[in-house]
Design a protein around this ligand. Structure first.
Ligand code: HEM
Length: 547
């Protein structure tokens, strides 16, 4: 009775406005599958803070202002913290276990809670020594690399980055950090690394398979009833699940056999397996939770896998974008370098303790995240109940998107939004803050909202800070010059389409650059700190680097 009453009172409200679709399919074919964010922003300009799309029978509500997204995802987070994941990519290919796509239910709560002591704010502080050592390795790798990336190193057919490309050096850093957190192991090699490149391949495949509008079975649940011989997508997705489990399950099994051989692992999965065994659940194969509420193996492997895939390319691509902005805005780089030189000097590497004295660097990182958010339309939430916002009806079950790109390009919030202007984040007479959430009053929205707020944001920011401070401090990077004009060849930052990839996660295409030490002294410090790092890895019982 209560339910009907509620619906009735809501029926007085109309659905948000939106582009007119065709019968049955709705707006399904109006959504550009490969590059949705420009169109979603155009619609935001046309319809304002909230609009509605219909993808087959699926309702999609798009929020285009920080106020609307804060109100629903933060203030009403009890209702708006679920997901309506893509059927083929999540239910079949991920066996319904990818943490980031779990609905707002018990499995998700247990998985999220289990991660908190490994990646939450206080865990992030404990990870800093590892980020310090890994960033020394990265600096050394970049120097060794020099100008090798001036050769023609082409991306693979699905955008794969060649192992020899400098992007792979950055990827090794970010992945090694999250491998250390999840499995207590480093990515200590780049070429022929068993796990490193596969993590990126799995993520790229997931974003491709999960693209809205890619599979009709995502939009039309009725098709999910088709038998396998009429549903090739299901057969394919099951194969991809096997392929993913070679990675996620392979990592888990390797750790289990280490532990069986008496090697303890001070890591998220190692600690979890030990606690689970102590509680009497040593063997718990399969999906979901045990009766007494422990993650079973597949859910555990996918939860660790979420950290590996959520923490790798997001952070790596932000570093790559940052370098692009520095190349294309030499006056910003000059000011930043002057700052770092003044605070740090030539005799030591920048450290985490320098953060309070480097507000312009923090501003440059924030401006990079604002101008080119890697998860450019966030990760869609969904509504667990009927709701009304500003007179508009939002039906239960609707997918609700926080349109990060439209918010970041809002000219009232960010005057001249397409310009790269770190100054917009400089605060006079007040200490610099990261201002990235999870609460309201924030400077940008890359890490999402509310109860689904990115759990790894503290680790991400620490990595961005230490790596970028050190690169700018020690390394000169230059774009190649055009032999005819003598001008540097830099990807066109005004042309987002030519410079950043398709896909739900939109990151820079590879670009050419050469690196050299800023001075002999910088070079020596980098080389010495690399040697020190190798010694430290040995003391910590971790693998040293092999190149
Ligand atoms: C610049 C780097 C990063 C960006 C832009 C980013 C972005 C995001 C976004 C947009 C979400 C979804 C938020 C929402 O639903 O509202 C998310 C979730 C998540 N992120 Fe990140 N992330 C980054 C780095 C990391 C790192 C380094 C880790 C791990 C150490 C991580 C772990 C996670 C996890 C576990 C979730 C799932 C939360 C859940 O569904 O409950 N992320 N991230």
């Amino acid at each position: 009775v209560h339910y009907h009453k509620k619906r009735k009172s809501y029926s007085a409200h109309k659905l948000p406005p939106g582009p007119k679709g065709v019968p049955f399919f709705g707006n399904l074919f109006q959504v550009p599958v490969l590059r949705p964010y420009p169109k979603f922003r155009d619609w935001a300009k046309e319809y304002g803070e909230i609009y509605r799309l219909k993808l087959g029978p699926q309702e999609m509500i798009v929020l285009n202002t920080a106020e609307a997204a804060d109100e629903l995802f933060v203030n009403r987070s009890k209702t708006f913290s679920s997901r309506s994941p893509p059927h083929v990519a999540h239910d079949i290919m991920s066996a319904g276990q990818r943490q980031v796509f779990l609905p707002y239910d018990k499995e998700w709560k247990v998985a999220r809670r289990s991660l908190q002591s490994s990646i939450g704010p206080s865990a992030a502080k404990k990870l800093r020594p590892s980020q310090d050592l890994e960033s020394r390795v990265l600096l050394y790798d970049i120097l060794q690399h020099g100008d090798k990336s001036l050769q023609d190193l082409k991306e693979g057919p699905d955008g794969e980055v060649p192992e020899e490309h400098w992007f792979s050096l950055i990827r090794r850093y970010t992945t090694s950090v999250v491998m250390t957190v999840t499995y207590g192991k480093r990515a200590n090699t780049i070429i022929n690394n068993k796990y490193l490149h596969k993590i990126y391949a799995v993520l790229a495949n997931f974003t491709k398979v999960g693209q809205p509008g890619n599979y009709l079975a995502d939009a039309f649940p009725i098709l999910r009833k088709l038998p396998d011989f009429l549903a090739r997508w299901r057969v394919e997705a099951r194969k991809m699940h096997e392929w993913e489990m070679e990675l996620w399950g392979g990592l888990l099994n390797e750790l289990k056999s280490d532990m069986a051989n008496g090697i303890s692992s001070d890591s998220y999965v190692g600690t979890y397996l030990k606690q689970r065994a102590d509680a009497g659940q040593e063997v718990a194969p399969g999906c979901g939770l045990t009766e007494d509420g422990w993650l079973k193996d597949t859910l555990l492997a996918y939860t660790a896998g979420t950290v590996l895939e959520a923490g790798s390319d997001t952070t790596a691509s932000t570093m790559q974008s940052f370098i692009l902005f520095m190349l294309s805005h030499p006056h910003v780089l000059e000011r930043l370098r002057a700052d770092i030189d003044r605070v740090v000097g030539p005799d030591r590497l920048p450290s985490f303790d320098d953060e309070a004295d480097l507000p312009y660097l923090v501003a440059c990182i924030k401006e990079t995240l604002r101008r080119r958010p890697p998860t450019i339309m966030g990760i869609p939430h969904s509504a667990d109940e009927d709701e009304v916002y500003n007179g508009y009806f939002i039906p239960k079950g609707a997918t609700v998107i926080g349109n990060v790109w439209a918010i970041h390009m809002d000219p009232i919030r960010y005057p001249n939004p397409t310009a790269f202007q770190p100054e917009r984040f400089m605060t006079k007479d007040k200490p610099m803050r990261w201002g990235s959430g999870p609460d309201t009053d924030r400077d940008h929205y890359v890490f999402g909202w509310g109860r689904r707020f990115c759990q790894g944001s503290y680790i991400a920011e620490a990595s961005l800070f230490i790596v970028l401070a050190r690169i700018v401090w020690g390394i000169d990077f230059q774009a190649p010059t055009d032999p005819k004009t003598g001008n540097p060849i830099i990807p066109d930052m005004a042309d987002d389409e030519a410079t950043f990839s398709d896909g739900f996660v939109s990151i820079p295409y590879t670009f050419k650059i050469s690196f050299k030490p800023r001075s002999e002294k910088h070079k020596q410090i980098i080389e010495r700190s690399y040697d020190d790092a190798q010694a430290a890895w040995q003391v910590l019982g971790l693998k040293t680097d092999e190149r």
